[in-house]
Design a binder for this molecule. Sequence first.
Ligand SMILES: C[S@@+](CC[C@H](N)C(=O)[O-])C[C@H]1O[C@@H](n2cnc3c(N)ncnc32)[C@H](O)[C@@H]1O
Length: 267
Amino acid sequence: MPASASPHTRSAIVTRLRAAGCVFAEDEAQLLMSAAATPAELSTMVSRRAAGEPLEHVLGWAEFCGLRIAVDPGVFVPRRRSEFLVSQAVTLARQAARPRTVAVDLCCGSGALGVALATVVGQVELHAADLDPAAVRCARRNVADVGGRVYEGDLFEPLPGTLRGRVAILIANAPYVPTEEVGLLPPEARMHEPRMALDGGADGLDILRRVAAAAPLWLAPGGHLLAETSERQAPRLTEAVARSALTPRVVRSAELNATVVLACRGG
Ligand SMILES: C[S@@+](CC[C@H](N)C(=O)[O-])C[C@H]1O[C@@H](n2cnc3c(N)ncnc32)[C@H](O)[C@@H]1O
C-alpha cells in the first residue's frame, strides 16, 4: 500500500494511534502504511498497535544500528541503548586487529547485537545462542545474513566446545531487571515480551553472574566480555567479574542511558 495513500486514511490512523497513547503517532502511521500490502492488512496492523502491541512486532522488524532486524511476536525488541554495547564491541574488535574476530552473542534474542557487530566490523565468525526457541528461530533468520550460527540452550551449554579459549568478543545482553521491578516495566514489555527475557532474579544479576563465572573458559587471551547492566548494578557486576579473574571497567553513555561492564581476560 503506497505510504501516500489517502490523506483521510492517514489522519484517521494518526487519530486512532494518538488516542491509544502512541507518542509518535504520525511516524508510526507512516510506517504502518508503508508496511501494509492491502487496506485489510493495514486495518489489522493499526488495531494491533492500538491494542498495545509493540510497533516492532506489528511491523515485523526493528531498526537497530541502522539495520532492519526481523523481530517476531514474543521475541525481545532490541533497545536503542544496546547500540552503545555494540559500539564498544566494534572498538575492541578493531583494536585487536585480528584477521577474523570470533564473537559470541549470548542471550541473543533476535540476534540484533551480534549481527550489528558483524556488519560493522566485517570478517567476524559469529555464534549466537538463546534458551527461547522463538528467539532462536528469529535469530537464525537475522544471523544468516552475516554467515553466523545460532544455537538453542542455556547460556554457554549449546556452544561448540571448539570455541573454548577462542572467543575475542563475548556479548551478553541478558535479562537484568530485578524480579520485583518487572511489574514496573511499561505494558509493551510486560505483556508482549517473555518474562524470561526480562527477569534477572532477585537483584537482576543471576544470569550475568553465571556468564561472568564461565566467561574465562571461553575467552581468548586478551578477549573481552561486554555485559549490559544498569548503572546501579554495575558495581556488583564488576565485583562478580573480578572474582572470575577478569579485569573489569565500566563504560557509560549518558545520551543512551546505557551502562556496560567490559571485562578483559589477561594473558
Ligand atoms: C533482554 S533479552 C536481550 C535479547 C538480545 N540480546 C537483545 O539485546 O536484543 C534477554 C534474552 O536472554 C534470553 N535468555 C534468558 N535466560 C537465558 C539463558 N539461561 N540462556 C540463554 N538465553 C537466555 C531470553 O530468551 C532473551 O532472548
